[in-house]
Design a protein around this ligand. Structure first.
Ligand code: MET
Ligand code: ZN
Length: 767
């Protein structure tokens, strides 16, 4: 406590931290345990080290308040559900048989009899959580041993952790309804039964002297019903009313709290954490929120979702303005740092002028600490001396091209005209069969790529191996009898990485891994400058494949929006401007493929739905420019060139309308739930996708080999829904993670089922 006149040392904190380790130690430990028979004790020891090293290192940076409970062996959302005793019913029978950690892995990985919990994208980030399942008869109880023990361990070292826990409302809103729920039940109905478990946690934390707990309520940065907003008030009134508890910090992350902010400010919680970067709020507007002045404000001014250094001087001005209206300010991050790579300093070959602008998790902690010091003691001279935006990335020809884009460059001939022209060129049978691009990345190809990276293979040697593999992939497809072939994407390890490396304006990292889910990590490339294709990116591979066969080979490209969604993107211009630059690069590739004789081109945009703004008000504008970018990319195609769009399924009508607005000749859809669900949606939806459609007749991610009858049944249902004349028969996604022994019989069955449907059409032609 400070008395008037004394200088307040401003607080500093972060809302969460990566848990995979700077060198993906967690991934390696998990995979060793799962696949190589490592011992459970060894795995637990690795976890413990990652956990404790994190808070020790954070405390050593000078961060005033260090978050706890940020470690997870797989997913923190599920961890929270389990901490409150919400074991998904489907798995309950396994509990007595298994080591607790194996029981946990059974839920996230499934077993031959029980599919794993659903994987769901987390608030517009590239993190995915395993969705807890709650039934009407779920009972809650507290199992916080691990959280409490960590708090005690840290305390013994003089470090006061602030445990991070998912707030009760978000926990229920993020959960799915389990299989034995009553009709009309939704998990949020359980809120009154869940509260006592939270109060129990407060009591136990208070008993061991914990000062503060962080409750995350990110669900409130999306649109919520009036009832849910009211609930927020009642729940936090109830949680703050008890006397035996630590101070409560409630955070809204990944966006602005909107109407939830005054409600939270009206409760007796002590502190509120705001994301001030997704939706900057001025000090004046903060001052208008009744009750906020009396709270401690965790000002989330450091962006937890990008890799750019903050403009410290400008951020300090914002903080000082906030401080003038809200006295108790803690400098903080906009969200957990889970979504950024761990440490920039282990990267050694990012060009200096780019590296100078970057901050990963460790560096962002440094920014938080430095800003907190500056709020109290003033800024170092050099902050204001730094130029804030230097356009070292500007390419005049790219800017000129973007500003000269004409609307007609996005338009193609009317669909009926295209359809006739394409039929003539392609001469495909009814219900044509194809795949969506990738074939398995064999051990040989992976090895060759590795050796090429190590300079142990020359480009010519590596290239020859790729060409040989393409030939094998083409021969196999001819043998199976597919109608439209692909080259197999053998040259691409990860499609985003592959294209990023071939464009100016992108850099790749070596160790910039971010957790996608569980042991799965991605290394998003960094889009820092104006984008330009260096030279044709795919033409050599695809035209070689086409030279081997008389059947059409479909060229496969990744679309502009998906490139954005899976990269760390520059912030000095709006996303749509960057999207147009990417679209022009794809457009040039489309033109080059055509020139090389390719007649069908698929542009993958599985991430269009993933960048959808959390709140309704931003959605129409976003979808408009996303559609425009796609149309700019493919608008160069000739009438007789068939354009396919490969998309990720969404049940939101506005998104489905946008899919249709892409005006592609054929649309294929990745079914993240199940193909049957997608088929039902297509049948029942009023916002259908017109033109050709390939809803997916078997799930490419599933290890099971579908039989002919099963595929046939789906084809018939799909044909009933959309009509045989516009139906394509294909798996729902790429095949790169499959083995040949799974894929070959699956594709043979698929082709056989399509032939059955063709015979049916011949006997009963559609009238
Ligand atoms: C997530 S997009 C998947 C399609 C891609 N062309 C592939 O086959 O892997
Ligand atoms: Zn896909």
């Amino acid at each position: 406590m400070t008395s008037p006149g004394e200088t307040i040392e401003y607080g500093s904190s972060i809302l969460g931290y990566p848990r995979i380790g700077a060198r993906r130690e967690l991934k390696r430990a998990l995979e060793k345990y799962w696949h190589l028979g490592g011992s459970v004790h060894e795995l637990i020891a690795v976890g413990r080290h990652l956990q404790d090293d994190t808070w020790q290192e954070l405390a050593a940076t000078g961060l005033e308040q260090v978050p706890g409970n940020t470690f997870s062996f797989y997913d923190h959302v599920l961890d929270n559900a389990l901490m409150f005793g919400a074991v998904p019913r489907r798995f309950a029978a396994l509990e007595p048989e298994l080591h607790p950690l194996d029981f946990y892995f059974a839920m996230v990985r499934g077993n031959p009899d029980v599919p794993p919990l659903e994987l769901v994208k987390f608030f517009g980030t590239n993190y995915h959580y395993r969705q807890p399942e709650i039934d009407s008869d779920t009972t809650f109880s507290l199992h916080a041993e691990s959280l409490l023990a960590e708090h005690t361990r840290a305390k013994a070292q003089g470090i006061e952790l602030r445990p991070v826990v998912l707030g009760p409302i978000s926990l229920l809103l993020l959960s799915a309804t389990g299989p034995v729920a009553a009709e009309d039940f939704s998990p949020i109905d359980k809120i009154d039964e869940l509260i006592p478990a939270y109060l129990q946690l407060f009591k136990e934390l208070a008993a061991q002297g914990a000062k503060c707990i962080q409750l995350d309520e990110p669900a409130f940065t999306g649109d919520r019903t009036d009832e849910e907003l009211r609930l927020l008030g009642t729940v936090y009134d109830a949680l703050s009313a008890v006397s035996q508890r630590p101070r409560l910090l409630v955070t809204g992350q990944y966006g602005d709290l909107g109407a939830a902010l005054p409600i939270l400010a009206g409760t007796q919680i002590e502190a509120i954490g705001l994301d001030l970067v997704s939706e900057p709020i001025s000090a004046a507007d903060l001052a208008k929120v009744p009750g906020l002045k009396r709270k401690r404000l965790y000002a989330g001014v450091i962006n937890g979702r990008n890799v750019w250094k903050a403009d410290k001087s400008q951020t300090l001005d914002h903080l000082l303005a906030i401080k003038s209206v809200i006295p108790d300010v803690v400098v903080s991050t906009s969200c957990s740092l889970l979504h950024v790579p761990v440490d920039l300093l282990i990267e050694y070959d990012i060009p200096g002028d780019v590296a100078d602008r970057l901050a990963f998790a460790k560096q962002k902690v440094g920014e938080v600490v430095a800003l907190a010091k500056a709020v109290t003691h003033g800024a170092p001279e050099r902050w204001s001396a730094r130029p804030t935006s230097v356009h070292f990335t500007l390419k005049h020809e790219v800017r000129q091209r973007v500003s000269a884009i004409r609307p007609d460059q996005r338009e193609r001939a009317p669909y009926e005209v295209r359809r006739k022209a394409q039929q003539q060129v392609l001469g495909l049978p009814a219900v044509p069969t194809c795949t969506l691009g990738s074939f398995p990345q064999t051990a040989e190809i992976r090895q060759a790529r590795y050796e090429y990276g190590q300079d142990r293979l020359t480009w010519d040697e590596y290239r020859q191996l790729l060409l040989d593999e393409i030939k094998r992939v083409i021969d196999l497809q001819e043998d199976i009898g597919l109608d439209v072939l692909v080259h197999g994407e053998v040259e691409r390890n990860d499609m985003i990485q592959y294209f990023a490396e071939l464009m100016d304006g992108y850099v790749a990292t070596r160790f910039g891994w971010v957790q996608s889910y569980g042991s799965r990590c991605v290394r998003p490339p960094i889009l820092y400058g104006d984008i330009k294709r260096k030279s044709p990116m795919t033409v050599e591979w695809i035209s070689y494949a086409q030279s081997l066969t008389d059947k059409p080979v479909k060229g496969i490209l990744t679309g502009p929006v998906t490139m954005l969604a899976r990269s760390f993107v520059r912030q000095d211009q709006p996303l749509y401007e960057t999207a147009e630059q990417l679209a022009l690069a794809v457009r040039d590739e489309v033109a080059d493929l055509e020139r090389a004789g390719i007649k069908i081109i698929q542009v993958d945009e599985p991430s269009i739905r993933e960048l959808l703004p959390l709140r309704e008000r931003g959605r129409a504008g976003y979808l408009d420019w996303a559609v425009d970018a796609f149309k700019l990319a493919v608008g160069v195609a000739r009438t007789e060139t068939q354009i396919h769009a490969h998309l990720g399924y969404s049940s939101i009508p506005k998104v489905v309308e946008a899919f249709d607005a892409l005006d592609s000749d054929v649309t294929s859809i990745v079914a993240t739930r199940s193909i049957d669900w997608v088929l039902d949606q297509i049948t029942s939806s009023g916002t259908a996708i017109k033109r050709g459609v390939g809803p997916g007749v078997y799930e490419s991610r599933s290890a099971a080999i579908p039989d002919i009858d099963e595929i046939d049944e789906r084809i018939q249902r799909a044909a009933a829904a959309v009509g045989s004349d516009r139906l394509w028969v294909n798996p729902d996604g790429g095949l790169k993670t499959r083995h040949y022994w799974q894929l070959e019989p699956a594709l043979r069955n698929m082709v056989a089922a399509a032939r059955r449907q063709r015979r049916r059409i011949e006997v009963h032609p559609p009238s």
